[in-house]
Ligand binder design. Sequence first.
Ligand SMILES: *Cc1c(COP(=O)(O)O)cnc(C)c1O
Length: 360
Amino acid sequence: MMDYFRGNVTAMAAYIPGEQPKPGSQIIKLNSNENPYPPSPVVLEVLQNFNSESLRRYPNAYGEDFRLSASQVLNIPSDWIIVGNGSDELLNVVVRACTEPGKKVAYPIPTYVLYRTLTQVQSAELVEIPYGENYELPLDQLIATNAAVTFIATPNSPSGHVVPIDELRKLASKLSGVLVIDEAYVDFAQENALELVKEFENVISIRTLSKGYSLAGVRLGFGIANPKLLSGLYKVKDSYNIDAIAVAVGAAGISDQVYKNDCVAKIKASRVQLAIALKQLGFRVWDSQANFLLVQPLEVNAKYLYQKLKEQGILVRYFQETRLDDKLRITIGTNEQNQILINALMNLLNPVPSPLQGEG
Ligand SMILES: *Cc1c(COP(=O)(O)O)cnc(C)c1O
């Protein structure tokens, strides 16, 4: 094929999303950190009563109904909220608004691989700094890099660990660029970084309805930041980046905190159970404040387990990345799904001896 692309695009690897089986297939899907429970009944009601007149017109360019709903829930003015087509779009908007060739994007690794993709598309300079052995933040190196954009996912994927607020505060106070705190998993964690958004105008917290609210399919994320920071991001986003259905569904979804908290409580309880069961099977399991566990099989090859589970219709995530290629990331499912996973792992690790054949 002719090379139609910019040099950086030709040179870069594509981001590989988690596999998505066809709807209706009997797959246990524990590879994309989706919520195993259905969206709130309030969301289904909004969908059923959706007025087709709103399909004929362009939607509100700022997702106003969602902003108002989120503003009430978070107790923050609505003009501090920017809405995106998934939080992935907002991560992209920040990179496009703040970086160019010669400017740096920095983050600790291992983390969300999309940060690399977005940086490479923009031809900005990539600065990946390894986390410490026990996921200590490389704070001094991040400060010394002083990138135009610094990403911190907390809870981090795929480790599930949380970066302490005091370290984020120190980072925010020393950076002259933007600090993006990716809080995709905040609903499952004990703390959040909202106070830093109020303290520092260079901080944006980016959140999503995909994980805690069981709405990955509608593509709705939002950022919380000082309106001065948001003003630049608004210049870059598509005018009509979020559709009318997503806004209506998202506004309803975020308003039903009782339902969300209920699902989160179930997932957290399952997280404890699954961690215990996996440790009993001889896995190393990292403490997680997210809806997944990073685990390391100590006696079997991780990629082998990933493939064998897949053959049995159980999808987990395997990353061909430094420090991750001997580990698996497993989304917390329902207790029933988790039990099926445990049974499958038990059989793979301690195969039942086949009955002796013949009489010899
Ligand atoms: C899932 C995830 C996102 C993307 O969420 P969407 O809103 O569905 O685009 C962003 N950041 C991290 C770290 C994630 O794991």
